[in-house]
Ligand binder design. Structure first.
Ligand code: IDP
Length: 147
């Protein structure tokens, strides 16, 4: 079972899309194990986007992600890192297919509504940047054999 860090970005929170985005992940059969509203600090944002430091969009990205609250989450499921990125759609909203979260709701990059980890290493690092271990809830869903 794999875990990933997923975050509704400030545009998604302001647009009232937290519920719709969570519904897509629940509908797919994944399990939320942690979730909270967070005002991201500059330091936390820089840690989160460290791989993009030096790129031309980096300053805008840090400003964007700290511009309002985000909804930070940890989700669990088989192959969830790859599968949740498929549900999210491509980074560039012009390439995000209809049927994906970004394809259906986002019309301007970098305002692409959702972040999702791209590897197990990023997932572990990103979860630790937002959550204490005790905030992750272990529980079973009786439906899990069917998903
Ligand atoms: P991802 O969010 O799909 O994993 P990344 O390449 O990790 O994509 O980029 C992180 C975020 O930075 C993107 O979601 C988007 O908000 C922003 N971003 C990425 N590339 C560009 C760009 O070329 N111009 C403006 N913003 C960008």
């Amino acid at each position: 079972m794999e875990r990933t860090f997923l975050m509704v970005k400030p545009d998604g929170v302001q647009r009232g899309l937290i519920g719709k985005i969570i519904a897509r992940l629940e509908d797919k059969g994944f399990k939320m194990v942690a979730g909270k509203l967070v005002q991201v600090s500059q330091e936390q944002a820089k840690r989160h986007y460290a791989e993009h430091e030096g790129k031309d969009f980096y300053d805008n990205l840090v400003n964007f992600i700290t511009s309002g609250p985000v909804f930070a989450m940890v989700w669990e499921g088989d192959d969830i890192i790859a599968l949740s990125r498929m549900l999210m759609g491509k980074t560039n909203v012009k390439e995000a297919q209809p049927g994906t979260i970004r394809g259906d709701y986002a019309s301007h990059t970098p305002h692409n509504l959702i972040h999702g980890s791209d590897s197990p290493e990023s997932s572990a690092r990103e979860i630790a940047n937002f959550f204490e271990a005790h905030e992750l809830v272990e529980y079973d869903k009786t439906i899990s054999p069917w998903t």
